[in-house]
Design a protein. Structure first.
Length: 234
């Protein structure tokens, strides 16, 4: 399956990581993570005490997960791990690639949340599911979600928000665009209008994300060994 050769910058996880706690508030993740925690408990066949969060980013979901589980979190961005450690010092953090990482431990539950969007090929999606499966105890739960589905993509969808902290104000714009519906990726372009003490700086950032048919997700999960249950939420 081909993917685009367009540049994948991901500055949000590097030199622009400092903007994350400003443009993305931990409070905005509490409701969804409470739901995820409830689903994990409801669907597990064993008591869930330990949870592995693959692709944890800045730790916003972990902020709520840690209320219910002993959490181990992994990410490939050192900058994001730094933010997550400050927010959740009691969580056990690991550096690594969720497509290939193998820890010497199994968990009652495994989660991959919006970081799954950065998986851009069928092969890597399968590898990521295998990672989750290999780290899961029998009877445990793997929870992930599908954000974009091939055939349902909204071309040129654009959102924006403005947040401030101290004398820093950031207007964050995201534009999603798929230049080739025949491949398995689309581009998310971010624009940061950063005002420090009223002085404007503009930064741009491009992320390449994956997009697959729902049938592909279900088939790969089943061939990995999972029993699949779908839950729709908004």
């Amino acid at each position: 399956m081909k993917i685009s050769s367009r540049k994948d910058e991901r500055r949000l996880y590097g030199d622009l990581a400092w903007t994350w706690p400003i443009i993305s508030l931990v409070e905005d993740y509490i409701e969804e993570t409470e739901l995820f925690s409830k689903l994990i408990k409801e669907h597990s066949r064993i008591e869930v005490k330990t949870l592995l969060h693959l692709g944890c980013g800045g730790g916003h979901n972990g902020y709520t997960f840690k209320k219910y589980f002993k959490v181990t979190s992994l990410d490939i961005s050192e900058d994001m791990l730094g933010l997550a450690k400050k927010l959740n010092p009691e969580v056990n953090y690991k550096y690594g690639d969720m497509r290939t990482i193998r820890l010497e431990e199994k968990f009652d539950a495994v989660t991959i949340l919006d970081s799954i969007n950065y998986i851009k090929t069928v092969e890597d999606l399968q590898r990521t599911f295998i990672t989750a499966y290999e780290h899961l105890k029998p009877g445990g739960v793997f929870l992930t979600f599908v954000e974009q589905i091939a055939g349902q993509f909204k071309q040129n969808n654009t959102t924006y928000s403005t947040h401030s902290k101290g004398d820093v104000e950031i207007t964050f714009v995201e534009n999603d665009y798929d230049p080739d519906s025949n491949d398995t990726s689309y581009e998310a372009t971010f624009i940061y209008l950063i005002r420090v003490g009223g002085k404007l700086e503009v930064r741009t950032d491009r992320h390449l994300c994956g997009i697959f048919k729902l049938e592909t997700w279900l088939e790969l999960l089943k061939t990995t060994g999972f029993e699949v249950k779908q839950v729709k939420f908004t």
